[in-house]
Design a protein around this ligand. Structure first.
Ligand SMILES: Nc1ncnc2c1ncn2[C@@H]1O[C@H](COP(=O)(O)OP(=O)(O)O)[C@@H](O)[C@H]1O
Ligand SMILES: [Mg+2]
Length: 274
């Protein structure tokens, strides 16, 4: 709550109870998630309340098993909470059925994962076109929009490459283009730089920062790396299924600037198979 209070117009820095923060794209209210494994109950989330405003860039940190991915799955409409309410753009997602959740995902949310999750033996362009196929977009428009998304992540000219003909950083950029192609308002990224070397990670963060700035995209990014979290403007720390800390980033890092200071790529990095 501390950050929202600062960002709202209320001069006291606090909102009266019951008044909705109209800027919030995401509002979680006392969310619980309990998994049942035979006789054992796993309390993955234990009452998480959280607001994220449009255009915020939030990093989620915390030890393994602390509930980060569980929360991302709920925010991403991939899973329902056991208890509590979730409002996405002011509508109560806790009440929406499976088909409805799939529609929300397709229209509003782009996903990026640590392992890229590209379809093998399928070109970069076709990978990016996939969400448009599901959305029923005609072929010519699909090609045009997928090409534009690839260009936006710096991969113009790589449309025909197969995933195994691209470096890790390039594959992650294809995944990012695929996440963007439907024009989502929210990007969810679960450890997107977990499999990348330092320079490539900063290059990917540069794209996230640009999208956040230029398109006012809301970005929620899980990371283990304190360095990577410094590119966000707010860090939420999880522990044992609860939010332990929620604070703004002081001296936020600028990826474009950091890249100018990093040593140039060696020949082993970003190897291209062409
Ligand atoms: N599908 C599942 N079934 C049972 N337990 C799960 C499932 N997913 C996650 N968990 C458990 O919930 C807890 C939180 O997991 P997770 O959200 O993946 O943590 P993190 O992403 O922070 O590493 C862990 O104890 C994990 O083992
Ligand atoms: Mg996880």
């Amino acid at each position: 709550m501390s950050i929202q209070a600062e960002k709202t117009s209320s001069s006291s820095g606090r909102e009266p109870a019951g008044v909705l923060n109209q800027d919030a794209v995401i509002r979680l209210e006392r969310i619980h998630k309990t998994y049942h494994m035979g006789d054992i109950e796993v309390h993955a989330l234990r009452g998480v309340s959280l607001e994220i405003n449009r255009g915020e860039f939030v990093a989620i940190m915390g030890p393994s098993g602390s509930g980060k991915s569980t929360m991302m799955n709920i925010i991403g409409c991939l899973d329902h909470p056991t208890k509590g309410q979730y409002f996405l753009e002011n509508s109560d997602v806790s009440q929406v059925d499976k088909a409805g959740l799939a529609d929300i995902r397709n229209q509003s949310i782009g996903f990026v994962f640590q392992s890229f999750n590209l379809v093998p033996r399928t070109s970069a362009l076709e990978n990016v076109e996939l969400p448009l196929v599901y959305a029923g977009v005609p072929a010519a428009e699909r090609t045009r929009r997928a090409g534009a998304a690839l260009a936006e992540v710096g991969l113009a000219g790589r449309e025909r490459n197969m995933p195994n003909q691209l470096s890790g950083g390039q594959q992650q950029r294809v995944a990012l283009a695929r996440a963007l192609v439907n024009n989502p308002s929210l990007i969810l990224a679960d450890e997107p730089t977990g499999a990348l070397d330092t320079r490539t990670s900063v290059e990917v963060m540069e794209i996230f920062q640009r999208l956040n700035r230029d398109r006012s995209l809301t970005i929620i990014l899980v990371t283990h790396e304190p360095d990577i979290a410094q590119y966000a403007d707010r860090i939420i720390q999880f522990r044992d299924g609860r939010i332990r800390r929620d604070s703004p980033v002081e001296n936020r890092k600028d990826a474009t600037q950091v890249l100018t200071q990093l040593p140039a790529e060696t020949e082993d990095d970003e190897e291209e198979v062409l």
